[in-house]
Design a protein around this ligand. Structure first.
Ligand SMILES: [Zn+2]
Length: 214
């Protein structure tokens, strides 16, 4: 079993500078089965872990929470403005290859998701256009066959345009894309604790921090 105290006076293998971090902020325990438990030590500003599915930051209490080597820990804030690092830095400090790979893979996932949303939106647009085209041609033939039915045609057109508006509101690709971008920011932005450089997937093309080379 191994216990590491995180904080300004903690025994983690790197310096914690963040404003608002307590002296003995939190504790990580790695038991003999390799399970990682993170617990808050009644710190002033709290301890948080990022949910790897939603990107939301969850508060960790003194009772502790099971985490993994690749858990993203944040001290003293519930966003990446706090003092943050991946748990594995506690046993493998200074090596950021896994973090960089993780961030780059996440970015690829989000890119794929965005591409799917765009593709689906295109399909919906083509579908709506096809329906409108069929009805337009249909009403033209109808008018030719029965010129007195202009009033009825007008009603059909009005109903169709309402339907089209409803369909495009229902399938709002723009807001879906905005949500993806918001989530991508939570996963694909990480200050490098070595130099405080805000790393993004584009910045780490060579899996190295462009500022300090780590
Ligand atoms: Zn750096």
């Amino acid at each position: 079993m191994k216990t590491i105290t995180l904080g300004k006076a903690g025994d983690q293998p790197f310096k914690i500078k963040g404003i608002g971090v307590s002296k003995y902020h939190a504790t990580v325990t790695i038991d003999d089965y390799g399970r990682w438990i993170l617990a808050d030590n009644n710190s002033t500003n709290g301890t948080f872990v990022r949910n790897e599915l939603s990107g939301e930051f969850m508060r960790v209490g003194p009772q502790g929470m099971q985490i993994s080597e690749m858990s993203f820990i944040v001290l003293a804030a519930d966003n990446s403005a706090g003092c943050c690092f991946y748990a594995k830095q506690l046993i493998n400090p200074g090596d950021y290859v896994d973090e960089h790979l993780y961030m780059r893979n996440k970015k690829l996932e989000f890119d794929q998701e965005e591409e799917n949303v765009t593709k689906r939106a295109k399909l919906v647009r083509v579908g709506i256009f096809t329906i409108m085209l069929i009805f337009t041609i249909g009403t033209i033939f109808w008018q030719i066959a029965d010129p007195k039915s202009t009033g009825m045609m007008f009603t059909i057109y009005r109903a169709l345009s309402l339907l089209t508006m409803g369909a495009s509101t229902f399938y709002d690709a723009q807001s879906k894309r905005a949500k993806i971008i918001k989530r991508r920011k939570k996963f694909c932005q990480c200050p490098n604790p070595e130099c405080d450089y805000k790393l993004t997937p584009d910045a780490i093309e060579n899996l190295k921090c462009p500022k300090c080379g780590k």
